[in-house]
Design a protein around this ligand. Structure first.
Ligand SMILES: [Zn+2]
Ligand SMILES: [Zn+2]
Length: 314
């Protein structure tokens, strides 16, 4: 499986401000030595040697993650503004998906606001299967594309080949992948998804304020979280903010690290980045998370920031 991140920012989109852009350019210019621009190779070396917070931004789009099973089959999680970029990438690559499988964690704005701008939905030959465990989620989706919120309705211009599947069974098969879901603690509820495919496992838990019960060694927790190869998890706050924002529905990154260590996860991807955080701040949090993991446990946990446009193999 391959994961492609198209939106990792939480709560609302967060474009880079002109001041931030100017500051980044100015920092880069100050670092350049004559030997860095001698030829194309030295330029490339210079750029790759820049710190992550300067050259590998986390991005400002809201949640959308593509899990590619093969060249022709994929599962998409959430339709935040990142899904607009996903569609542009598909167009560039000439992908014409036979069937788009789109799973929703929940329906807060940051997880649906890209849907009205999702190009493939306007192609009459597209077949889109929407999934959620929430009863009547079809009317929720349809009602968010209505006058006066948006000039085009889902019935008006989108493909007629849309299917709405309310998840009732414990698991389902999508293109040979086993998909399960689990309710997480979040205002109004949000679902995490686990995908198992060809011996590899992946969990997407975008919005979650972790609770004691999530750490209990129940069979249900073990089946869902234990030993997962890749876990994408809410790490929006610092511990101080999580205490201040108790019940807002998001987790302190240190608690998410504890969680990943408890369940012997192999790779943790910090996700649902706080919109107020600059790249520098996010990288600082990443470094703190890594140091905390090393101090807390002998389990070898890899921790990374989810970065828009990046891709990883599961
Ligand atoms: Zn969210
Ligand atoms: Zn939410």
């Amino acid at each position: 499986m391959e994961v492609r991140f198209w939106g990792a920012r939480g709560s609302h989109p967060r474009p880079m401000t002109p001041d931030e852009l100017r500051s980044k350019i100015s920092t880069v210019v100050h670092r350049i030595q004559p030997s860095d621009v001698e030829d194309p190779h030295s330029r490339e070396r210079f750029l790759l040697g820049l710190p992550d917070w300067l050259f590998r931004p986390a991005g400002g789009n809201t949640p959308c993650v593509e899990l590619r099973l093969s060249d022709s089959e994929c599962i998409v999680f959430d339709a935040g503004t990142g899904i607009i970029q996903l569609a542009e990438d598909w167009a560039r690559r000439g992908y014409s998906e036979d069937c788009i499988n789109l799973f929703f964690t929940h329906f807060h704005y940051d997880h649906v606001q890209g849907l009205p701008f999702f190009g493939p939905a306007y192609n009459p030959s597209s077949r889109i299967r929407f999934f959620s465990p929430v009863e009547k989620f079809e009317s929720t989706l349809r009602s968010h594309m209505q006058h006066p919120f948006f000039p085009v309705t889902m019935e008006g211009k989108m493909t007629e080949r849309m299917e709405f599947h309310v998840l009732r069974e414990e698991e389902l098969l999508v293109s040979g992948a086993r998909v399960r879901y689990r309710l997480m603690n979040h205002p109004g509820g949000a679902y995490a998804y686990r995908v198992d495919y060809r011996g590899r496992s992946f969990v997407y838990a975008s919005d979650a304020e972790l609770q004691n019960e999530d750490f209990e060694r129940s069979q249900a927790n073990r089946d869902f979280f234990e030993g997962v190869d890749v876990l994408i998890l809410d790490t929006q706050y610092t511990l101080g903010e999580a205490i201040e924002k108790y019940n807002w529905g998001h987790s302190a990154f240190s608690l998410s690290v504890d969680f990943a260590l408890t369940w012997k996860v192999k790779r943790l991807f910090m996700f649902h980045h706080e919109p107020r955080y600059s790249d520098k701040r996010l990288v600082k949090n990443l470094e703190s998370a890594r140091a905390y993991a090393i101090k807390s446990s002998s389990h070898e946990l890899q921790i990374e920031l989810s970065r828009e446009g990046s891709r990883i193999t599961v």
